[in-house]
Design a protein around this ligand. Structure first.
Ligand code: SF4
Length: 384
């Protein structure tokens, strides 16, 4: 199944620290994989706490982390954060151009900044000039809750207003010679988000400036609701080939955002990471404890990054078929289960032995198909 992705400009994010030779990089756009992002909730001035959260996010699979930079205390913490971070760092700056200058000087990989919000054109020019000199990309991030007043009055809270607002900021950057641009146009509901990004993508492509898009449903809510909204809003866009990076915004520990983002990308077949577990919902026919077993498989999955397909099925109705299609599968029988590996029956075992046998077969698949994954886990674990 081939799906087309919108053609976009590739933008390089790279931490630039004089203290660290090992520059952390990520590409957004072009043919590069869609990047998972999140944002810290710590006080940026507290360097150790912020880095602890950056590492937790990176361990969960976050590839770019944004931190706020709203005052001189935050700005003072940035050089150390950039130097010690395992992933590219983005500084989130609003109105104060001095914070933008400090963040660029600190070597951040990207700024999130709406240049039109710096009301003095001389100061805007100063920031953009330094960003061009240092090769610091800028994400323009327009949210429905912070539209320019004139656009709000003429166009209302619409996709048209969001796209027009984003393009105003784009024009400011372009006039000052900055074109390493990423853009987001976030609304708090899935439908407006979908229409807004579609419209913006069309307008950018029509003017011959296919800047990459950072997807997000802003303030999506508590984990359950936020996951649903984000899966629909971002999922539809990604399915249409729109979007180069994403952040799932949940009212929760940001580490919780990362598996949701990965789940969206995996469900669409856009990225691979960790196990893909098929589990039947169980029903009156189930002859083993399917849900409990699936949860245990999920726990095993946390130990590996390898994209192994595992099926846990309760009975013989769909069990053997699904199990044969997975890398490793279980089809339940009366107090026992048949285990399959790569479509072949390995054997039938009592229920008490199923998890152990399943793990054994999963490890065989990893050894054969993904021999590097164990090293990968060890390497990640030792960087913290
Ligand atoms: S596989 Fe069997 S136990 Fe599971 S939902 Fe289907 S019929 Fe029920």
């Amino acid at each position: 199944m081939i799906r087309l992705r919108r053609h976009t400009k590739a933008v390089l994010l790279e931490n630039k620290s004089a203290w660290s030779k090992d520059a952390k990089k990520a590409w957004i756009g072009g043919d590069h994989p869609i990047v998972v992002q999140s944002m810290t909730t710590t006080d940026t001035a507290d360097v150790d706490k912020t880095l602890e959260q950056v590492y937790a996010l990176a361990m969960a699979g976050c590839e770019v982390v944004r931190v706020t930079c709203q005052d001189t205390r935050d700005a003072a913490g940035l050089p150390q954060i950039v130097a010690r971070s395992p992933v590219p760092i983005v500084a989130d700056v609003h109105f104060d151009h001095r914070m933008a200058l400090a963040a660029i000087e600190a070597g951040v990989a990207k700024l999130r900044l709406n240049p039109g919000n710096i009301t003095d054109p001389v100061k805007t020019r100063e920031v953009v000039k330094l960003a061009v000199e240092r090769g610091t990309p800028i994400r323009i991030g327009v949210n429905m809750g912070s539209l320019a007043r004139d656009l709000e009055q003429t166009l209302g809270h619409t996709p048209e207003a969001l796209a027009a607002s984003a393009l105003r900021h784009v024009e400011i950057l372009e006039e000052l010679g900055h074109t390493d641009i990423v853009i987001s146009v976030k609304a708090h509901d899935a439908v407006t988000t979908i229409y807004s990004y579609r419209l913006l993508a069309k307008q950018l492509d029509a003017r011959g400036t296919p800047y990459p898009l950072h997807l997000g449903v802003t303030e999506a809510g508590l984990p359950r609701e936020g996951t649903i909204k984000s899966s629909i809003g971002l999922g539809v866009l990604l399915f249409e080939g729109i979007g180069d990076t994403l952040r799932v915004s949940l009212a929760a520990d940001p580490v919780e955002e990362v598996p949701v983002a990965w789940g969206i990308l995996k469900a669409l077949g856009l990225r691979e990471k960790g196990f893909d577990i098929t589990a039947c919902p169980s029903c009156g026919r189930a002859e083993i404890e399917v849900v409990e077993l699936a949860r245990m498989v999920e726990a095993i999955a946390k130990e590996y990054n390898a994209p192994v397909k595992v099926a846990v099925m309760g009975c013989v109705v769909n069990g053997p078929g699904e199990s044969k299609m997975a890398d490793v599968g279980i089809a339940g029988g009366k107090g026992k289960g048949a285990i399959y590996r790569k479509g072949e029956l390995v054997g039938t075992y009592p229920e008490a032995d199923l998890l152990g046998r399943l793990r054994l077969e999963i490890e065989k698949v990893i050894e054969e198909q993904y021999p590097d994954y164990r090293h990968e886990i060890h390497r990640e674990a030792t960087t913290v």
